[in-house]
Write a protein of this length. Structure first.
Length: 666
């Protein structure tokens, strides 16, 4: 499952996008590959991964697959593979979030449907090359599932947020509600009887399973023995009166009488630690040739397999790097081949019935990158901190990436020792600061003196004293600033005068490192002149106090910049004593990161929800620098400049690390 995200003071992405989620503006087909791109164009080659919300196999050509990769709880990208997952190509970017709705016409497999959150249903008739909205009569709600009548594929069913089920008999051209007998709730999955397609089952979010025998004309509850909530629904293709329903806390249930009655089928499924409840069953897949063989994907427990129709289960997780499985699919012709869509870790494939798994993510560059740092001595080496996948390292300037550690945590911040760059630090959840002394290959936790572990203790900012690298500072969500003078082995809270504890950004004067700045959300900027022993607010001129980024001019440290959420960029030339807005040309002022050219400090960059902006005159004017970034949703979260070749810039985004090689210096 997704780790619960704490608000860091910003509004939700969805509210910022507003009407940008209109489909006519959202579909971005294809995308520049590294081989196609030249200078002055952003390109990416990873890291690879992403949260796979939906996965569909072409039933006629099973080497062709489609996946929906969730960006940041608001949008999704669609990818396609024609070689069994060995390589992937983006076929649509910037779609509204996909909850798990992909469906392929079984007779004309170039026709594909994708359900979205807030954007209805998209249809492609050319194997994903182009997409069109097919929403007439369909509410603008989240579409959880799309099911196709196997005998008459122009008949479709969509399960949506309340009010339930909608039906189309013209291939999505028009839709009408078919909800008689259904409760006013969301329908999250639909299963169609392959032998009698007018019989179908709807799994609801909190009322269990409902059945229709007249193509959705009317519904009745089919819940005897079944808990009120559910997680997944699957139907035996050879004996359609046999059904399986996954639940959120009570495991898997089975019916052999078409939903009239249900019984638990949980033996061997994973239970929650210290609890009698079971881990949520998110997906169920049935071997179409031998239906007594089935697979269950769980939240935090991995994949389980049964060869006796759910009588007993055993874990089949060898090779998986995470244990949260959103979706499962079995190759209909070679059922020993199975695919899993994972939480943040992309797609895994097994060719031996689940005995072993391997990642198949080449080209699936959808890792959410929150932090990027560059080795100052060897700039071709850089590190990316990602959501749920730890740290990645590239030694060829972003050409290829390796997951190092590994760390199965979200990394919010990274810092590197400028004198010994094989030493780096990572800020993560539970108040953890991790340290590596071997370029990320291994990590240790140095938390003595940090807050007691709690998920809300996110380490959002890290900086290293450039003159005394054993001294470093950590900014914690809700906990203020902490200092270490022994390379992170132990920490001391340094919050005297720091009136706001939500520290999003830290900056250190490179010439006088006892001068520090802390950017807080709601309290503005605070300054310390004694290495953090005391702080005072320096906010004169700031229009808003939601400071999420800070950057200091390395040549003239009394000049610094603050990135303000929904307020753009502010500049101070007197060490923070006064500030002025410098936003001309910065059309979208939701700033997330700042970076200054170390050789020409009048050149700086601002990352935002809407891409990257550049100023060549100290912030007096800005221009967008977005060619090649995912469009129309180029959310950049981190920036890093090559210190030796500052015309080269890296951006951490919701779709991996992008790099830009600019033609000439400003």
């Amino acid at each position: 499952m997704d780790a619960p995200m704490k608000s860091i003071g910003a509004k939700t992405i969805a509210s910022r996008l507003g009407t940008a989620l209109v489909l006519s503006a959202l579909v971005w087909l294809g995308g520049l590959s590294r081989a196609e791109a030249g200078v002055d164009v952003w390109t990416t080659n990873g890291p690879e991964g992403g949260s796979i919300r939906a996965l569909a196999i072409d039933p006629q050509s099973p080497a062709t697959l489609y996946v929906a990769v969730q960006g940041d709880r608001v949008y999704s990208d669609l990818y396609k593979s024609t070689d069994g997952g060995s390589s992937w190509q983006a076929i649509a970017r910037g779609l509204p979030r996909n909850y798990g709705a992909l469906a392929i016409d079984p007779q004309t497999t170039t026709t594909v449907y994708a359900g979205t959150w807030g954007g209805g249903i998209l249809k492609s008739t050319d194997g994903g090359a182009s997409w069109n909205a097919v929403n007439t009569g369909l509410p603008a709600a989240c579409v959880y599932t799309v099911a196709i009548d196997p005998r008459t594929p122009t008949t479709l069913y969509a399960g949506i947020c309340s009010p339930g089920v909608f039906k189309s008999t013209d291939g999505g051209g028009t839709w009408s509600a078919v909800n008689t007998g259904l409760p006013a709730t969301s329908v999250e999955t639909i299963a169609i009887d392959p032998q009698t397609p007018t019989t179908l089952y709807a799994g609801t979010s909190s009322y269990g399973v409902f059945k229709s025998t007249d193509g959705g004309g009317s519904w009745t509850a089919a819940n005897t023995g079944l808990p009120a909530t559910y997680g997944a629904l699957a139907i035996d293709p050879q004996t359609p009166t046999t059904l399986y329903a996954g639940t959120s806390s009570q495991g898997l249930f089975k019916s052999t009488d078409g939903g009239v009655s249900w019984a638990a089928a949980n033996t061997g499924l994973p239970q929650r630690e210290g609890s009698s409840s079971y881990r949520e069953v998110l997906s169920v897949a049935i071997d179409p040739q031998t239906p007594s063989t089935l697979y269950a994907g769980t939240s935090g427990g991995g994949v389980f397999k049964s060869t006796d129709g759910g009588g007993t289960w055993g874990a089949v997780n060898t090779g998986l790097t995470t244990t949260s499985v959103y979706t499962l699919a079995v190759d209909p012709r070679t059922p020993a081949t199975i695919y899993t869509g994972m939480s943040y870790h992309g797609v895994f494939k097994s060719t031996d019935g689940g005995a072993g798994w391997s990642a198949v993510n080449t080209g699936l560059t959808q890792s959410q990158v929150n932090a990027v740092v560059i080795d100052p001595q060897t700039p071709a080496t850089l590190y990316a901190g990602t959501t749920d996948m730890g740290v990645f390292r590239s030694t060829d300037g972003g050409g290829g990436w390796v997951n190092v550690g590994p760390i199965t945590k979200t990394i919010f911040s990274l810092a590197i020792d400028p004198r010994t760059p094989t030493t780096l630090y990572a800020g993560t959840t539970f108040g953890d600061v991790l340290r590596s002394t071997d370029a990320g290959d291994t990590w240790t936790v140095g938390n003595h003196g940090l807050p007691s572990p709690d998920y809300s203790d996110l380490i959002l900012a890290l900086i290293v004293d450039p003159q005394t690298p054993a001294t470093l500072y950590a900014g914690a969500y809700g906990r203020g600033v902490f200092k270490s003078i022994d390379g992170g082995d132990s920490w001391t809270e340094i919050n005297i005068g720091l009136a706001n504890s939500q520290v999003n950004a830290l900056a250190i004067d490179p010439q006088t490192p006892t001068i520090l700045y802390a950017g807080t959300y709601g309290g503005g900027v605070f300054k310390s002149t004694d290495g953090g022993a005391g702080w005072s607010a320096v906010n004169t001129g700031l229009s808003r106090l939601a400071v999420v980024a800070l950057a200091i001019d390395p040549q003239t440290p009394s000049t610094l910049y603050a990135g303000i959420d929904a307020g753009g960029v502010f500049k101070s030339t007197d060490g923070g004593e006064s500030w002025n807005a410098v936003n001309t040309g910065l059309t979208y002022p939701y700033v997330t990161a700042l970076a200054i050219d170390p050789q020409r400090p009048s050149t700086l960059y601002a990352a935002s929800y809407y891409g990257v902006f550049k100023s060549a005159d100290g912030g007096e004017s800005w221009s967008a620098l977005n060619t090649g970034l995912p469009n129309p949703y180029p959310y950049a979260k981190a920036l890093a400049i090559d210190p030796q070749t500052p015309t080269r810039l890296y951006a951490g985004t919701l779709a991996g690390v992008f790099d830009l090689q600019q033609t000439t210096a400003p």
